[in-house]
Design a protein around this ligand. Sequence first.
Ligand code: UD1
Ligand code: CA
Length: 467
Amino acid sequence: MHIHVVILAAGKGTRMKSARAKVLHRVAGQPMIEHVLAAAAALEPRSTTVVVGHQADSVKAALAGFSGLKFVVQEPQHGTAHALLTTEPALRGESGTLILLSGDVPLLSVKTLQSLVERHATARAAATVLTAVVDEPAGYGRIVRGSTESGEQIARIAEEKDATSAERQIREINCGIYAFSLEGLFDAVRSIAAENVQKEYYLPDLVQIYRQRGLGVETVTVSNPDEIRGINSRIELAAVSRIVRNQKNAELMAAGVTIEDPATAYIGREVTIGADTIVHPGVSLEGRTTIGASCEIHTGVRIVNSQIGDRVQVFNHCVIADARIADDVNIGPFAHLRNQADVRAHARVGNFVELKKTVLGEGSKAMHLAYLGDALIGEHVNLGAGTITCNYDGVNKNTTVIEDGAFVGSDTQLIAPVTVGKGAYVGSGTTIRENVPAGALAISAGKQRNIEGWVENKKGKGQKAKG
Ligand code: UD1
Ligand code: CA
């Protein structure tokens, strides 16, 4: 049986009060619709169609990286049944099962989706509705059941705004996720009327239509209602994001990572962390970041799309993005590593040091106040406080090479392109404009001059001026 996925993402999301399309708001660092696409992909569907409308272009652009998606535009948006109808041309001639997902229900698990598909197939139903029993059903459509010979069967779905006060007491809700047999589906959807408070075409009305026609409508109730939470407001966005983070934290802790304060750890879904690493409060680990074992990540650190080895200490308030750090390295506090910064084993980067497109070789040190950009720094190099690579000449970015064992004194400017040879020394306060040969000492500061009695002399003049 073929599976076709349709994801509804055309609605305005009025309650978000946002200029951005609702489905592009991020949950755990990823637009919410990407979470839905990831779950859908696990079903290996024959086709995946996204219904866009409000902010259609920005949604399409955001999903440009997903190959094989079909987009249909629903304009204007007259409700979820109307949205499904817009996919009819895209699915013409297809048979099998249509799985309908909502772009604003991002936590749905693959396991739940698979059980929906299975139940729908084994029951040979015309429609199968995913439901959940929740403590606070407000805002959701309620599952109204009626007794038949075969038990309490679903009779229809009552939307919150149209429900009677008795129906509002029902705690079983519609998740907005369904399996439909494609046979006759669109004709049936076309018969839905917009006779309700919102004057919209409600897809849930299909349940009653099918029941009246004597067609099979099944339900699958999720065991963990957290995973079908819909996002309609910023408060719900925060609540769902918290659920994702809690899950991730729990997985990491179960695998041997210490998270000192899970409430303030912001760890993205794709991040991996080795055992015995300690994450202090107020840390943000994002994107495709990997962190090795026995590391310590201190408060105020943000790491994005970076690879970090084992036994690395990242002290307070460092920002590390698109960087690579090998084993046994110490970074920070207050260091900034970005854009292909590459710190090799046993190296040390201290406070107020910035590295960009720079290799800092094994065992090398830049402990205080430095900018190292577009530099190739060898092994066991010592860079003094205030070392600056002048890598940009106003037109091009140029490379600084500092070979193994070199010693660069404090307050040195290296005007690139330039090379400091193996084991060479650079005196403090030097401006390096020419290559320094291996083993040489380079100094450019002028000879020091002392003016005897200068202070006394100046003070005397000052007093005279005052008097
Ligand atoms: C919907 C269901 C409700 C269910 C809830 C679960 C309807 C009428 N109600 O309510 O029973 O409990 O989801 O979360 O279906 N959309 C379009 N085009 C439209 C209207 C909506 O594409 O014309 C999309 C929205 O972008 C969204 C999804 O459909 O992704 C659901 O729409 P929304 O307005 O959020 O419906 P709810 O009020 O949450
Ligand atoms: Ca919704």
